[in-house]
Ligand binder design. Structure first.
Ligand SMILES: [Zn+2]
Length: 120
């Protein structure tokens, strides 16, 4: 079942930020199956990201909202498939993670992250 990481798990995840994602370990089940997804929101000012970090084995997850800065994702399979209904998918974490796992297995995730050109 999808369940959020607690504060203690969050600390364990932050301690691994220097490692590439495939080398990070889930603080709950110990599997090296951490996965990430970013969805871009275009607000009134700067683009922002909705971020999901989850474990493909036990479906523990954390979500956050951060400024995208000059980083951009080159594809968003969830947006391509669900379009305007994406907000509905975000409301159901178990369904969301099942869908994202499917993209992962299909090779559509992880996303390629690039630098946004200046002046855009
Ligand atoms: Zn896990």
């Amino acid at each position: 079942m999808a369940r959020p990481y607690d504060q203690h798990h969050g600390e364990a995840l932050r301690a691994q930020l220097h490692l590439p994602l495939p080398e990070r370990t889930c603080p709950i089940c110990g599997h090296m199956t951490m996965r990430a997804y970013h969805h871009t929101k275009y607000g009134r000012t700067e683009p922002a990201w909705i971020n999901y970090l989850w474990c493909g084995n036990c479906h523990a997850y954390s979500s956050s909202f951060t400024g995208a800065g000059r980083k951009m994702v080159e594809s968003d399979p969830l947006l391509e498939q669900y379009g305007d209904r994406i907000a509905e998918v975000f409301r159901d974490p178990e369904r969301l993670l099942e869908i994202l796992d499917g993209y992962w297995k299909a090779g559509k995730l992880p996303q390629v992250i690039s630098r946004r050109p200046r002046g855009r």
